[in-house]
Design a protein around this ligand. Sequence first.
Ligand code: DC
Length: 222
Amino acid sequence: MSILHVLAIDGPVASGKGTVARAVASALGFHLLDSGAIYRAFALSCLQKKTNVSEINSLSIEAKALSLEFSGELVIVNGADATNEIRTEAVGMLASQLSAIPEVRTGLLERQRAFARAPGLVADGRDMGTVVFPGAQLKVFLTATAEVRGVRRFNQLAKSANATTPPLAQVVAQIRQRDDQDKSRPIAPLQPANDAIVIDNALQSKHETTAAVLALWALRGR
Ligand code: DC
């Protein structure tokens, strides 16, 4: 039986993990799991269905029943294209709040593990190396200060045509708030696995970070 390769890339918001995970998956010919998109899709679905999120006991069932498909670059939630809608700050914030509820995490766990298929998987998230794929051959944790990540996010927002860009200080404050929420939750908090390699990529381009992860994979991932 061949070993299923899993490379876990975790990190906080705007750490570049999404772009790096996509580039690494493409270079290796592996599948890609954007686990944040799953949490975001669940949050959007709760908003659409006006789910009473204080009914904790039903959340696991709701999460398991989530109607979600990835079709190429598209994310389809409840049968409709939600690719852009799941990326809004409001949906991200609700995703972060819901992701602190154990029933939600349990309900979404198997859906994430099902992405692990031959020849391999690059999994991007907050707890890929700690909870979802603890046996991953390589675990990388990308990080940079909230200020550096705030500038990145600010520049992204400034470039996107449809958004009015909030002041930089507000973007940094939102990033800190999300970091605090993701780090302080009792279940699967945002933290590097004990055997993760932490890369502070403040001074790296996304190409350099991608090259560094690929080099680590060549060294340790086989
Ligand atoms: O990576 P992202 O910003 O798209 O994730 C949105 C939120 O989902 C994030 O603030 C916390 C939650 N999340 C999580 O708890 N565990 C993951 N593996 C991925 C995301």
